[in-house]
Design a protein around this ligand. Structure first.
Ligand code: DSN
Length: 423
């Protein structure tokens, strides 16, 4: 049953209540391995579902356009202070609605349409908003894109430097959505300085690992740091922009009134709670366990003959090219989902297939680590994945169903916040 129980929702709208209940159960019964997802704590859930959703607060603390901010201002100021303390930055804006608006605010603050910008290409592991052609950031700006080396699957900073010095972008983005290795923020900062560019580190995927000391920090290297709050950081759906004193005012003006209206105060409160949780020693242990699980899973999959981009994982994420298995990413991801293992199909660098039907799958360990799985479980997880993919190739639905049952049985012993099985 959903926790807390959905009694009012059931009374008002049983159709939606039943769907939410089913989703809670689905999250309990599956190995959730989409690397950008997690399970938030009950405290974060309560803050997200609080009466703060009733309030409008356009502006910033002490400078709002609506009355009644006696309790909203301190909530936002607490969130800001916690972000500054946790990430060691001068300034934090906690109002962006999510990662894409946060990145758009950076463009609005520091570039004009037609300017040259640079980021990692989406199929190489970047993000839509780092200048990919179909995004507004690729349409309104002159975007140049870097990738990874074909032989290593890793970013080559010499290639990035050559491109940056040739193209002289105004902004360079580092970070992305499918990068299984440590990002060299100091190296990117050196290149940005040589090219006269502003360096933006998009740490959406790894913010929790940075907060927990399991990945180097971009603080002191990047001029601007953007992040979502709901991936490894384990908070509500939201985002933050962190920066130094020099760039603070431009960022604040770009978020409001440049791009957004009123902040989502219930999300701000939940971000504050998240940042408090992320500052604890327990969260640091969690962040290190996420990486240990990812490394153990990468090793077990490699042993089973899977081709991992870059040959492994330093963080929470593994990108697999399924070409040698002779199955595409989409049918593999769908079979894994039927087997109780939720992943997403993904392009791999130099993919010869289309983005909607690519060659790879992307998997990650943030959510299963929150459930309590350890490196000792990873050989079994790899075995189930391998069995399910092999079964998909042979149309063996019986095996896929058996794995789903085994996954359900295993997860019965690992509680999740927000759902408790009925006895
Ligand atoms: N959708 C996010 C992810 O899954 O990585 C990026 O925006």
């Amino acid at each position: 049953m959903h926790q807390p129980p959905l009694s009012h929702l059931e009374g008002t709208d049983p159709e939606i209540a039943a769907l939410v209940e089913s989703e809670a159960r689905r999250q309990f019964e599956k190995l959730r391995m989409i690397p950008s997802e997690n399970y938030v704590s009950m405290a974060v859930l309560e803050a997200s579902g609080s009466v703060l959703t009733n309030k409008y607060s356009e502006g910033y603390a002490g400078r709002r356009y609506y009355e009644g901010q006696q309790f909203i201002d301190p909530i936002e100021l607490v969130a800001i202070q916690r972000a500054k303390d946790l990430f060691g930055v001068d300034h934090a804006n906690v109002q962006p609605y999510s990662g894409s608006p946060a990145n758009l605010a950076v463009y609005l603050a520091f570039a004009s349409p037609g300017d040259t910008v640079m980021g990692m290409a989406l199929p190489m592991g970047g993000h839509l908003t780092h200048g990919w052609a179909v995004s507004v950031t690729g349409k309104w700006f002159r975007s140049v894109q870097y990738g990874v080396r074909a032989d290593t699957g890793r970013i080559d900073l010499d290639e990035v430097r050559d491109l940056a010095l040739k193209e002289r972008p105004k902004i360079i983005f580092c970070g992305g959505t499918a990068i299984p290795r440590v990002i060299d923020f100091a190296g990117f900062a050196q290149i940005a300085s040589e090219a006269g560019a502003l360096l933006v580190a998009d740490i959406a995927h790894i913010a929790g690992l940075i907060a927990g000391g399991a990945h180097p920090s971009p603080a002191g290297h990047a001029n601007v740091i953007t992040t979502t709050t709901h991936k490894t950081l384990r908070g509500p759906r939201g985002a933050m922009i962190m920066t130094d004193a020099e760039h603070a005012s431009a960022i604040d003006k770009a978020v409001f009134p440049g791009l957004q209206g009123g902040p989502h105060d219930h999300t701000t409160a939940a971000i504050a709670v998240t940042l408090k949780e992320a500052a604890t020693p327990e969260f640091g242990e969690y962040a290190h366990r996420v990486v240990a699980n990812s490394r153990a899973l990468a090793a077990a999959l490699t042993e089973r003959g899977y081709s991992l981009i870059s040959g492994g994982s330093d963080n929470h994420l593994i990108l697999i090219d399924l070409t040698p298995q002779e199955i595409a990413g989409k049918p593999a991801a769908r079979a894994l989902d039927r087997a109780g293992i939720e992943v997403n199909y993904n392009t791999v660098p130099f993919d010869t297939r289309r983005p909607f039907d690519p060659s790879g799958i992307r998997i990650g360990t943030p959510a299963i680590t929150t459930r309590g799985l350890t490196p000792g479980h990873m050989p079994q997880v790899a075995a189930w994945m391998d069995e399910a993919i092999s079964a998909a190739i042979k149309d063996d639905e019986a095996t896929i169903g058996r794995i789903a049952g085994a996954v359900r049985d295993l997860l019965t012993g690992f509680p999740m916040p927000g759902y408790a099985p009925t006895p």
